[in-house]
Ligand binder design. Structure first.
Ligand SMILES: [Zn+2]
Length: 250
């Protein structure tokens, strides 16, 4: 079985002491690659070094920490992404966060920053990975109006109505390895065709085990999805890995 982790954060401090071993464990578990998402300018620079060390296995998607993003930081990320664009597979995660940002003005302020990254993805002809926590419908509306490239709704947790829109738009979603615990995510897994579904760990977050999450845990996602769709692990692994390679143009 060839597996792929479509969204993780291996640059984070959680992996500081054993990153090489974590990446080796991923290989041992059958992964043929992973996409690590940087979430700021410092994270971007760290990720460059990691990708260099693990060329062909770890790929870089350049995004931001949506809930705390400032204009200054967004501009730094945009400049770095332009500079290193040939080493980057996608713009993202970028988008809207209504989970941590609850006031109307704060939410509104995220929109022009989101728009900057949409323009960047267009300019560089890169696919875009969307963070849309509690803002799936709003992010979908903005993208429908402003972006015609490939879209991946990362860790999708929207209601079935939005899942249908995402499916109809031909966009992709990723489900985290522990998605079986979430009603919306299980519904989305049944609403979207399998060729629009990718799997991710979002490690170190969203662990399916009591420990820190890591790319090797993508296996848990395969098992949950194959059970839900009544398919073999092999079929689910093959489909989700192919979808990831296609979306990220690898
Ligand atoms: Zn993430």
């Amino acid at each position: 079985m060839e597996l792929f982790d479509s969204h993780t954060h291996v640059d984070m401090r959680h992996f500081k002491n054993d990153r090489a071993r974590v990446i080796q464990r991923a290989k041992d578990a059958g992964l043929i690659g992973m996409v690590t998402s940087s979430i700021g300018s410092a994270s971007f620079r760290r990720t460059l070094g990691i990708v260099e060390k693990h060329q062909g296995f770890v790929h870089h998607s350049a995004g931001c920490g949506v809930s705390q993003l400032t204009l200054e930081e967004a501009e730094k990320i945009v400049a770095l992404t332009r500079k290193y664009s040939t080493d980057i597979v996608a713009v993202g995660e970028v988008g809207l966060d209504y989970h941590w940002v609850k006031d109307t003005q704060g939410r509104k302020n995220q929109e022009p920053l989101f728009q900057m990254f949409i323009e960047l993805a267009k300019e560089l002809d890169l696919p875009i990975v969307i963070h849309s926590r509690k803002a799936e419908a709003e992010a979908t509306e903005i993208l429908e109006k402003n972006f015609s490239g490939d879209v991946l709704m990362h860790c999708f947790d929207g209601p079935p109505s939005v899942a249908k829109q995402v499916a109809d738009n031909g966009w992709y979603i990723t489900l985290p390895a522990n998605f079986g615990k979430y009603r919306n995510r299980k519904d989305a897994a049944e609403i979207l065709p399998l060729d629009q579904i990718l799997l991710e760990t979002d490690g170190p977050y969203l662990s399916p085990t009591p420990e820190r999450n890591e790319p090797a845990n993508i296996l848990y996602g395969i098992e949950s999805l194959s059970k839900l769709l009544d398919l073999s692990d092999e079929d689910v692994a093959q489909a989700t890995t192919q979808n990831a390679l296609k979306f990220y143009r690898l």
